[in-house]
Design a protein around this ligand. Structure first.
Ligand code: HEC
Length: 246
């Protein structure tokens, strides 16, 4: 019985590592800092200019964004609202409902995307579109094979081509495996500038997924400090109570 369970556990572990090795491409680290108000402000601007045409943020209101990111509401109305919405409205998209016909898929609402997939995923996804003539928009993505999203930032990033590696499969026959992407033609931004652009955008989406995240994290430190101090008093009190018993 014991032997059987050990074998099962070893087998499961083995399968796990095999899966991780096979075809899984590791996420890039975004380096996004949710405490940086400037980064979030730039991210909000990027999102409104380059993403809100297709994606909504239906659980976030413009007014909340203005207050949290310390952007005056008049600025938001002037520079960030392109849909004729009022500041108290949720961030909607100008995209009509039949967009499914254009892309084969409705662009998803992005409010909770950073919670679903993580901020590093969004960063990696935006960095890894590559030219693929077989796709309707001429691009594919390293992290979402067959993606329905066009590379809307290609004028900034430039174009990338896929990098393949020759690998032998279990039967010994060679196959081409997609392992990465590399620059092909330059865009309007230098690579570091583009990285910063998508870091800010991913950071903003991380904020949108949980507007209170930065506050929650800094509050956590105070709570830990409080517990530490409280522990000292609780311990002294315990000693005081028990001194007559021992
Ligand atoms: C022209 C329309 C369009 C624009 C503009 C656009 N997207 Fe998309 N996006 C899509 C579509 C369509 C999908 C669905 C892709 C799929 O599931 O294959 C998508 C999916 C996504 C996803 C989800 C990927 C996943 O794993 O499911 C993310 C994240 C995303 N977009 C981020 C962005 C960001 C950030 C911007 C702005 C820089 C942006 N998009 C601009 C059309 C667009």
């Amino acid at each position: 019985m014991l032997k059987a369970s050990v074998l099962i556990i070893v087998g499961l572990l083995g399968a796990g590592t095999a899966l991780a090795e096979e075809g899984e491409i590791r996420l890039l680290e975004s380096g996004a800092d949710i405490k940086s108000a400037e980064s979030l402000q730039r991210g909000a601007r990027n999102f409104m200019n380059y993403c809100s045409g297709c994606h909504s943020l239906k659980y976030l209101r413009y007014s909340r964004l203005a207050a949290d990111l310390k952007i005056p509401e008049s600025e938001v109305v002037k520079n960030l609202i392109f849909t004729g919405a009022k500041p108290f409205d949720e961030i909607s998209t100008a995209m009509p409902a039949d967009a499914t016909d254009w892309f084969g898929k409705q662009p998803p609402d992005l409010t909770l995307m950073a919670r679903e997939r993580g901020v590093d995923y969004i960063y990696s996804y935006l960095k890894s579109f590559y030219v693929d003539k077989t796709r309707p928009f001429g691009v594919n993505n390293l992290y979402l094979a067959g993606t329905a999203m066009p590379h809307v930032l290609s004028s900034l990033q430039g174009l990338q081509k896929p990098v393949y590696k020759n690998e032998k499969d279990a039967h010994g026959s060679a196959k081409m495996v997609l392992v990465g992407v590399e620059a092909m033609t330059p865009g309007a931004m230098k690579p570091e500038e583009y990285d910063q652009f998508i870091r800010d955008t991913a950071n903003f989406l991380d904020y949108a997924a949980e507007p209170i995240k930065a506050t929650r994290q800094s509050m956590g430190i105070f709570v830990m400090l409080f517990l530490l101090v409280f522990f000292v008093f609780a311990y002294l009190l315990k000693k005081e109570y028990w001194k007559d018993v021992h």
